[in-house]
Design a protein around this ligand. Structure first.
Ligand SMILES: Nc1ncnc2c1ncn2[C@@H]1O[C@H](COP(=O)(O)OP(=O)(O)OP(=O)(O)O)[C@@H](O)[C@H]1O
Length: 560
């Protein structure tokens, strides 16, 4: 029998949570087993009544709860009603070390009176109170600014049925669908039919119908969605649509990064999927850095993960044929490419981030003392908005592979002139740190002396794949491009050691003289080698000169 429900007492309201609840309910299978159940703003405590001495109560943190649902009895003979709370607390893995989220449900029978409707109302009251309290108890990290997803969150879930080992749809139905139902997240499943299907769809979609766009695939599908959103006339608003990631690919770099940011023990495969599903149900949203990438044909792309050239890009593309083996495809690709190790010739320059170390053994910092470049070291949003008619858009491409990286003091500065101009209807995002691709880089940039590389990798999330912790200090919105390059001369064993160390994020501490790591805000790469592969977020793009700049916090990501 319920003893003290205080939902009407406003003095007990805090942060939207309405008072504590206490009740006594029976077991769903055995009426003789009774439980006392109490709900506070942070926990649900359950104790068996007349428990034997030594039997302790069970406490569930509401930060682990995704939802609670009420229902009436299965048939008219049962006057009782039921409510079930769904938790995903950390538990020790079966047969292996470490902790992982595991599903636990707690179901109670409410039979206060003989009137089934009254019992149902009581069950619903409990379910609502548990849901409301749980929504306020999402696991948050200190120092991260979150907003909360709209509730109920109308979610479009895009699934690429061919991603990874071709099991994304089965993984969704097996591991995520039930969780979303438990969390009362209404969703519409869209199964992509071809490449660029998702891109075209989000480009034309009525986004007022959706509170979140979630991708159940590898990183390639999210890349499509982000670029589709940025191609819209209303891109400024569109790119604010919260994005979510559920790992269904073979790399799953963003999913691994998001899991890592939430400071949880490492997780792979289905455990990683469960973790990302849990974050989706909890519905916290933070900002996500994007990187604006300019190709030689003037095409502009938006990237959330990486820009790669050389070894990493080759392995990514060449290992596509091993995708049926899952994440291990990268190791197989690495071994194959190591056997045929290549040197890639090109020029590299970058704009160091303000707090980057001043000295870099492998780089030449060009004197910039007499040029007013402060504007280039923006610590906040380094973009501006100009009408679509901007001359930048209409300029003809005169660039080629023979372009030479040199420094110039006036290029980016002249770009800054356009800052502040805007047109409410069609605005274009301007990359104020970047000169035109056919112009020299500004003087504040560092031009790398070496021209023989094994790899150049710009990454803006912590992970490049589930087991490749490429940029250990990277955060979802740190406003930084983490530039890693390896110069020619590295031995095969040393390169293999680097990749093996990357599994634990230890490659930067290997003391490898060929590896350089820099935090930057913009970069330019000009391949000299006639043939090669450049990838953006794991997708092949046009080969040739390319430059990029960070656009801090341009998008929004469901995170934890
Ligand atoms: N139905 C589809 N048929 C064929 N290609 C698709 C389809 N849906 C999406 N694609 C494309 O497939 C490519 C790979 O998708 P995605 O990166 O999401 O999966 P993946 O390559 O298996 O994952 P990962 O990048 O983690 O290895 C992307 O270029 C995407 O645009």
């Amino acid at each position: 029998m319920e003893k003290a429900a205080s939902d009407a007492d406003p003095s007990r309201q805090r942060n939207g949570f309405v008072g504590a609840l206490y009740g006594e309910f029976t077991d769903t299978l055995d009426d003789r087993v009774r439980y006392s159940v109490s709900l506070t703003e942070s926990a649900l405590t359950i104790q068996k009544i007349s428990a034997l001495p030594g039997q302790t109560k069970v406490v569930f943190n509401l930060s682990d709860c995704v939802g609670c649902r009420a229902r009436s009895g299965p048939d008219s003979a049962d006057v009782g009603a039921y409510f079930t709370a769904y938790f995903y607390p950390f538990k020790r893995r079966w047969m292996s070390a470490g902790l992982t989220r595991q599903r636990v449900e707690q179901c109670f029978r409410v039979a206060l009176v003989q009137d089934p409707l009254v019992n149902l109302q009581e069950a619903e009251r409990w379910a609502r109170a548990i849901r409301d309290a749980s929504a306020l108890q999402a696991p948050r990290r200190d120092g991260v600014v979150y907003t909360e997803l709209q509730r109920p969150c109308r979610t479009m879930i895009l699934v690429n049925p061919h991603s990874g080992r071709g099991q994304a749809l089965q993984l969704f139905t097996g591991h995520v669908q039930g969780m979303l139902t438990e969390a009362s997240v209404p969703y519409t499943l869209v199964i992509t039919e071809h490449q660029n299907h998702a891109r075209e769809l989000v480009k034309k979609a009525d986004l007022s119908q959706w509170d979140a766009l979630v991708i159940m695939s590898g990183d390639g599908l999210l890349y499509e969605v982000i670029n589709g959103l940025m191609e819209r006339e209303d891109w400024q608003e569109a790119i604010q649509t919260p994005l979510g990631i559920l790992p269904g690919g073979s790399g799953n770099a963003l999913a691994a990064s998001v899991h890592h940011y939430s400071q949880l023990p490492p997780a792979w495969n289905e455990e990683l999927l469960l973790s990302c599903g849990f974050m989706l149900c909890k519905g916290l949203v933070c900002s996500l850095d994007l990187v604006s990438i300019h190709l030689t044909s003037r095409q502009r792309l938006f990237s959330f993960l990486s820009l790669a050239w050389g070894f990493v890009a080759d392995v990514d593309i060449e290992s596509e044929k091993y995708r049926h083996v899952g994440a291990i495809r990268f190791l197989m690709g690495t071994l194959v490419r190591l056997a045929a190790l290549r040197v890639y010739q090109g020029r590299l320059a970058y704009l160091p981030a303000k707090d980057a170390p001043k000295k870099d053994k492998a780089s030449t910092k060009v004197n910039c003392s007499n040029t007013p470049q402060q504007g280039l070291f923006c610590s906040s949003l380094s973009c501006s908005l100009v009408p679509n008619t901007s001359s930048k858009q209409s300029q003809k491409c005169t660039n080629s592979n023979s372009n030479t990286i040199t420094n110039s003091s006036n290029q980016a500065a002249s770009k800054n002139k356009s800052e502040g101009q805007s047109n409410a209807r069609t605005e274009t995002l301007v990359d104020s740190l970047l000169p035109d691709l056919d112009q020299p880089v500004p003087e504040a940039w560092t031009v790398v002396k070496e021209q023989d590389f094994v790899l150049v990798l710009a990454v803006y999330q912590s992970h490049l794949a589930e087991d490749l912790w490429a940029a250990p200090s990277a955060m979802v919105n740190d406003g930084l491009i983490h530039l890693i390059y390896v110069t020619a001369g590295i031995s095969r064993p040393a390169l293999l050691r680097l990749f093996l160390a990357m599994e634990k994020g230890a490659h930067l501490e290997c003391g490898c003289p060929h590896l350089v790591y820099q935090k930057v805000r913009a970069l330019r790469l000009e391949p000299i080698s006639a043939e090669g592969v450049i990838t953006v977020d794991g997708e092949t793009v046009e080969y040739g000169p390319v430059q990029a700049q960070i656009q801090p916090g341009l998008a929004r990501l469901i995170s934890g």
